[in-house]
Ligand binder design. Structure first.
Ligand SMILES: Nc1ncnc2c1ncn2[C@@H]1O[C@H](COP(=O)(O)OP(=O)(O)OP(=O)(O)O)[C@@H](O)[C@H]1O
Ligand SMILES: [Zn+2]
Ligand SMILES: [Zn+2]
Length: 803
């Protein structure tokens, strides 16, 4: 067993296979599957993943592995398999799939250090010698001293030392300053005598260390002696004292900041929902559940108590939440219940912080991970449950290589670990709900809100009528009155504006007419550059109308507005209102999100105005009014999911009102309040919406009835890109079955990105067993152009962004 199968870090399709390397004698028994190694590749030395160890190779004269990068595997056997599966099903490079599962720190340039974490006495002599009294030292010192890796590995297993990765130029471990005497006490005494009487602070500090000649945290010292850094400086400069930095485990979420919560007594509905989950946990059986519960029905408590069961059985849990909902409020609910048994993987953490959290999983210090999409790769080895909250969120799909969907990965891992998957949502995707109805998933329903209150009443406002009544502002009279009422009562309002999709569709302000494609039932997109309307799906286009084709009014125009403008006009109308605006601009700074929400939670504002990021997860009992400013803005996006997304968003946003004792109310402003998704969302009628939308999908030949695959080609030369996509379509027409529909070729909605022209075609099919094979052939056909002519070809088997 001295041959390693290695996936090398050269992202090209020719190198997208394993390469065999010899394991040199000094690395025998050290190299293991799942470790990263350095291997010679042509003239270079590069990184690679060992995905298997064997004793024979088809090739003779193998090159040898140069060195190992890790002394413990960074990927488990299961994750290695998962990587292969992702590469196969999404057609990405194997190396990209493996890389995607690792924390970022391991992809950056870093240095390795050995840290002594156990009893010094137990260290192997040779390491003891190299350490030379130091608490940690560069890994290179070990190599230079010629200590075999197996000795280091053994010490690591025994827990006396640890290998840490230190990112070059960046700290991966948080360090805090300590002050320590740099000279013996009698020298301190001499120094003290030599200080002038005026140097009072310096004398104070020196005498402190004469009395307590050990290190102390700088902050504590300054507090204790009531002095400042400035008076320390001369002592440090002279060499009497020294400032040393000591490492602390970064804890982005201070444990003691969370009050512990006990499991709540479950309601009947919750009990009915959780029993089958518990059963499949105990029976170690893979089963996918859809937990369909209205907003505020207590889904989170069901998650918490399911996890409780998993922990008690000694297994592990992954909870995925959408990035945007990974707010302190969400994290707190898990931390409060499970304390330090929870790691949090959140993109707002620094690379180093994320790495620390990941290490807690690797070292089995935690049993629960709460995180965004990529937390699905947490290297647990004994999973007992995976929960995906707000399963309808499109952010669970990664949009570049690998183009995986976290839901698919979850189900894959659930099969490997024989554990249940829980998909939770008040508004599941049609795909998921359809599967639950067919019995592929087990449907669990919770129809009542926790406070037994009915869902907040929704008033739909027709903004066309507002206009006719002479109200040209962004706020209907009703919404405006209600905001004022709330202010008078000291209750709070959430105002929601959807910015996505703004300024792209064209609508008549008089009659609500929206220009749509005659072939696709999808809103046309306004192209400012040439003042024309275009269809993203079939390349139909027409001139921007000057009068409304339906009522001949001249108020037809494309839409455009933003949160900032709304804040200004609201402030003008209500000068005394305290408004918090939350959008990408106000939350750019680290921690800003948290700060704004805490402020709102502390009732330091009357109105929270924001975009998508305020639609989910917020649980503020004092919010009794929710206003949706332009419910149609999503509706006319050039996307067959636009009705579904509108329904989901309206339901989520409405769910923010009346979550506690005070009853809530919702005002939805729209130019097309009669649209079925707005109407049914305002009645909280998911079932009717589902049935209606399924009919539309069937008619339009869209998922879940049909599958989609999007092929995009891009190149700096437009003619070239067009030529390629035309040939691609011809090729696909020849290769795929007759029932399969190919839409396009057409320029992509985002026709140029970074000076590359993009063209696409959409494949709609019901049954195409050879699709992956055909697509692989397609890649092979264009291999040369991709390698040498800067052509990009991307294939998305589950497109969510049609752009
Ligand atoms: N069994 C219970 N007894 C008392 N209170 C509960 C119980 N279960 C949940 N709650 C409380 O009810 C409120 C709503 O629950 P939760 O936020 O879990 O709902 P949800 O279904 O996740 O809502 P959303 O989909 O809107 O996020 C929370 O404040 C929660 O603490
Ligand atoms: Zn009109
Ligand atoms: Zn069209």
């Amino acid at each position: 067993m001295d041959i390693a199968r290695v996936i090398v870090d050269v992202p090209t399709s020719q190198t997208n296979r394993t390469f065999d390397y010899k394991i040199p004698p000094h690395l025998e028994g050290v190299v293991d599957t799942g470790m990263r190694v350095i291997v010679p590749f042509g003239p270079r030395k590069i990184m690679g993943f060992v995905i298997g160890i064997t004793d024979e190779s088809k090739h003779d004269r193998l090159k040898a592995i140069g060195d190992v990068m890790d002394l413990t595997p960074v990927l488990t056997g299961e994750l290695l398999e998962l990587g292969r599966w992702i590469a196969d099903t999404t057609l990405c490079l194997h190396i990209s799939a493996l890389q995607a599962m690792l924390p970022q720190v391991l992809k950056a340039k870093y240095e390795k250090e050995i840290h002594i974490i156990g009893d010094r006495e137990q260290l192997p002599d040779r390491i003891q010698l190299v350490s030379n009294g130091r608490g940690y030292f560069p890994f290179d010192d070990v190599t230079e001293a010629g200590i075999p890796y197996s000795v280091v590995q053994k010490a690591m297993k025994e827990g006396t030392i640890e290998l840490r990765y230190k990112v070059k130029g960046k700290e991966t471990l948080k360090k805090i300053p300590y002050i320590a005497p740099a000279v013996p006490v009698d020298t301190l005494y001499e120094e003290y005598e030599g200080l002038s009487k005026q140097a009072k602070k310096q004398r104070l500090i020196t005498s402190y260390f004469i009395e307590y000649p050990t290190e102390i945290e700088e902050k504590k010292l300054l507090e204790e002696l009531n002095t400042t850094k400035a008076s320390l400086k001369p002592l440090i400069d002279k060499g009497t004292l020294s400032r040393v930095y000591k490492e602390v485990y970064r804890s982005p979420y201070e444990e003691d900041a969370f009050e512990r919560t006990e499991p709540l007594t479950l309601t009947e509905e919750q009990k009915d929902a959780i029993t089958p989950i518990w059963r499949s946990v105990t029976e170690k059986r893979h089963e996918t559940f859809l937990l369909h519960g209205v907003t505020g029905s207590g889904k989170t408590e069901v998650y918490l108590q399911s996890i409780q069961q998993v922990i008690e059985e000694g297994r592990e849990a992954i909870v995925l939440v959408p990035e945007i909902a990974l707010t302190p409020q969400t994290v707190e609910r898990f931390k409060s219940r499970f304390g330090s048994n929870v790691a949090v993987l959140h993109s707002a953490l620094s690379k180093g912080e994320k790495f620390d959290e990941w290490r807690k999983v690797q070292r089995k210090e935690v049993q629960v991970v709460v995180g965004a999409r990529s937390a699905i790769f947490a290297p647990f080895q004994n999973l007992g449950i995976i929960i995906i909250d707000e399963e309808h969120e499109t952010s669970y799909k990664q949009e570049d290589h690998p183009r995986y969907h976290a839901r698919d990965v979850a189900i894959y891992r659930g099969e490997q670990h024989d554990c249940p998957i829980v998909l939770g949502s008040a508004t599941p995707t049609l795909e998921t709900y359809a599967r639950a109805k067919k019995g592929v998933y087990t449907l669990l329903s919770m129809t009542k809100r926790m406070n037994e209150a009915s869902m907040p009443e929704v008033e739909r406002i027709d903004m066309r009528e507002e206009l006719h009544a002479g109200n040209r502002s962004m706020f209907s009279r009703s919404l405006f009155d209600k905001i004022q009422e709330r202010m008078a009562k000291g209750e709070q309002t959430v105002l929601f504006l959807n910015r996505r999709g703004y300024s792209t569709f064209v609508m008549c302000r008089d009659c609500g007419h929206v220009s749509e494609c005659p072939h696709c039932d999808i809103a046309l997109t306004y192209h400012r550059k040439n003042d024309r309307l275009k269809c993203h799906y079939c390349s139909y286009e027409e001139a921007m109308p000057t009068v409304c084709p339906s009522c001949e009014s001249d108020t037809i125009r494309y839409f455009g507005t933003g949160t900032q403008k709304i804040e200004e006009s609201l402030q003008q109308l209500l000068p005394e209102a305290r408004i918090i605006r939350m959008d990408v601009d106000t939350t750019r700074q680290k921690g800003a999100h948290e700060r704004l929400l805490t402020k709102f939670g502390n009732k330091e504002a009357d109105i929270l105005l924001g975009t998508q990021m305020i639609a989910k997860g917020l649980d503020f009992g004092n919010v009794t009014l929710v206003g949706v400013l332009a419910a149609d803005s999503l509706l006319h996006l050039p996307d067959f999911r636009s009705s579904e997304k509108t329904f989901q968003l309206l339901t989520q946003v409405s769910g923010r009102a009346g979550r506690d004792k005070l009853p809530g109310e919702v005002v939805v402003q729209s130019y097309t309040p009669e649209h079925y998704s707005i109407e049914m969302a305002s009645q909280y009628d998911y079932e009717s919406f589902y049935l209606k939308e399924m009919k539309m999908r069937k008619l339009g030949q869209y998922p879940p009835y049909y599958f989609l695959t999007l092929v995009t080609v891009s190149h700096p030369n437009q003619l070239y890109a067009m030529d390629v996509i035309r040939k691609v379509v011809t090729f696909l027409q020849e290769q795929l079955s007759e029932e399969t529909v190919i839409l396009g070729p057409t320029p992509s909605p985002l026709a140029r990105i970074k000076d590359r022209y993009r063209h696409q075609c959409m494949i709609k099919y019901r049954n195409e067993p050879n699709l992956t094979k055909v697509m692989k052939r397609l890649f092979q056909l264009y291999e040369d152009e991709i390698q040498n002519k800067d052509l990009q070809l991307t294939i998305d088997f589950q497109p969510y962004h049609m752009m």
